[in-house]
Design a binder for this molecule. Structure first.
Ligand SMILES: Cc1cc2nc3c(=O)[nH]c(=O)nc-3n(C[C@H](O)[C@H](O)[C@H](O)COP(=O)(O)OP(=O)(O)OC[C@H]3O[C@@H](n4cnc5c(N)ncnc54)[C@H](O)[C@@H]3O)c2cc1C
Length: 470
């Protein structure tokens, strides 16, 4: 079973008729047609990928709006790009030439905070940090926290199955999703799951839509799992004279079952960049640093950090230090979150997103160093080491003519290394446009065939984000 890779291109006349039909059907819809406005929806954070100029950008406010838009797009065979806040790192929300981008940013209401069932029902356009703040004000906690949480939307997090700093304890976005409302490719609206914690009625459609990068449906509402807010975090740093040592410490902490809420790694170039940008007083001589946090009540948090210190020292850590107070801890966490921005001060940065089984983190770190040496590419690596998920960043001078060529060579080796270690070419950013050529290398032809069958069943006209994922 195969789905066409891109739908046939509509003529200019069809596009014009489509826009007229949209305006006639949804006269109150905010529809951006000005080329400058449309251009600002061309890219996500993968500015280096070629992306198209949308024909128009629709900013719906209701599920009915989205449904009507999709029906009209299907009728006129206009490709659709569902878009959240555009912070994605795989090109999933990048524009398609002549397509309709549906930006969900105006559907940003929280519909219900249900204390009895510990769930929140929300529209997808809300920014992750805003949702966290709103539930926190009621003593509740929404766990998934991408480093980009201040600039990314819940819809985008659902679209990518986003990870984050505390996913090592609480899981990726998918682990916090109980139910969805989804507009299908023909405009029908379905509900999957709901407030039930357990629900095995039929196929697990909720989980299928999460991470599908807007290729199977447009999420218009989500029922998300909350927790009672945990105590403030207890935070420490561990510095290592070798990268191997830091990787070994991660493997030891995981194997010991120490349930840290944050277990993040920064290598030497990342430490230097973050310290330069935010003046945190980090040990710039260290080859690697781990940011380790517990969110247990005080006494058990201290016991947990003691166990982590023991694992770090056994792996050769030269220095461990606790954050003096919550403010210092916030600064350290924020420094890690802004590591990409700190590196971007140095030149062009191409961020990758490989993952391996957690015992193989030391091997992955070694492979990354070898790739840097082999291709003469400067690499700074940081990431969610506790999940086995690292972000090697290839850094080039802004005028380096070989940047693209070397990125391609280094990236190919990186993907090979991750797959050879039993890992993945993308742990949280998604295949999108950026990595679709290597998906078959990881999953094989039969899995691609199953994925294509699902796509063809749900989107037979291939109008939802065509050409993304495969
Ligand atoms: C500095 C920085 C740090 C980052 N850190 C992390 C991190 O720690 N963890 C992580 O996972 N990612 C991280 N990211 C990547 C990015 O923020 C996430 O992928 C995020 O989930 C994207 O959300 P968005 O709202 O910006 O989505 P967009 O980029 O707009 O869209 C992402 C994908 O979701 C689809 N989509 C959007 N809305 C919907 C919807 N309503 N229904 C169906 N599909 C939809 C889009 O089609 C697209 O394929 C980081 C990015 C930056 C720039």
């Amino acid at each position: 079973m195969t789905a066409p890779s891109v739908p046939p291109s509509p003529t200019d006349e069809t596009r014009a008729r489509f826009l007229e039909a949209v305006k006639a059907t949804l006269p109150d819809l905010k529809l951006l047609e000005d080329p400058v406005d449309r251009d600002s929806y061309r890219l996500d954070e993968t500015a280096y990928l070629a992306a198209g100029l949308p024909l128009a950008v629709a900013l719906p406010t209701t599920t009915a709006d989205v449904s009507a838009l999709v029906r009209l797009a299907a009728e006129h065979r206009i490709p659709i790009v569902p878009r959240g806040a555009g912070s994605g790192l795989s090109g999933g929300a990048a524009g398609i030439e002549g397509g309709l981008t549906i930006a969900m940013t105006r559907m940003d209401a929280i519909l219900d905070i249900d204390h009895e069932n510990l769930v929140v029902v929300t529209q997808p356009g809300i920014i992750n940090a805003e949702l966290k703040k709103r539930v926190d004000a009621e003593g509740l906690f929404y766990a998934p926290d991408p480093a980009s949480y201040e600039i990314c939307s819940i819809g985008g997090n659902l679209g990518t199955n986003a990870g984050g700093l505390c996913c090592v304890k609480y899981g990726q976005t998918r682990d916090s999703v109980l139910g969805l409302e989804v507009v299908l490719a023909d405009g029908r609206v379905i509900r999957t799951g709901g407030k039930n914690v357990k629900d095995v009625a039929g196929y697990a459609l909720t989980h299928l839509f999460v991470g599908s990068q807007g290729t199977l449906g447009i999420i218009t509402e989500a029922t998300l799992r909350l927790r009672v807010a945990p105590p403030p975090r207890t935070t420490m740093l561990a510095f290592f004279p070798t990268l191997d040592g830091a990787g070994d410490a991660v493997a030891r902490i995981v194997a010991a079952g120490i349930d840290m809420v944050t277990l993040e790694l920064l290598d030497k170039p990342s430490i230097a960049a973050v310290d330069e940008a935010f003046n945190l007083g980090l040990d710039r001589d260290a080859e690697a640093m781990l940011l380790v946090e517990s969110d247990r009540p005080e006494a058990s948090a201290l016991a947990e950090l003691d166990a982590a210190v023991a694992a770090c020292e056994a792996a050769g850590s030269t220095m461990t230090m606790r954050a003096a107070d919550a403010t210092e801890a916030d600064w350290l966490r924020q420094g890690r979150r802004l590591a990409l921005r700190a590196l971007e001060r140095q030149g062009i940065v191409r961020m990758e997103d490989v993952g391996v089984p957690r015992s193989r983190v030391p091997d992955l770190l070694r492979a990354i160093s070898e790739i840097g040496e082999r291709h003469g590419v400067r690499i700074a690596t940081f990431g969610h080491a506790g999940d086995g998920n690292l972000h090697p960043n290839f850094i080039f001078d802004r005028d380096d003519p070989r940047a693209e060529e070397l990125t391609d060579l280094a990236r190919a080796d990186l993907y090979r290394a991750a797959i050879a270690l039993g890992g993945t070419v993308t742990a949280e950013h998604g295949i999108g446009l950026a990595r679709k050529s290597v998906l078959p290398d990881q999953v094989g032809a039969d899995v691609i065939d199953v994925m294509r069958s699902i796509k063809a069943a749900l989107d037979p006209l291939n109008i939802l984000n065509p050409g993304r994922v495969f």
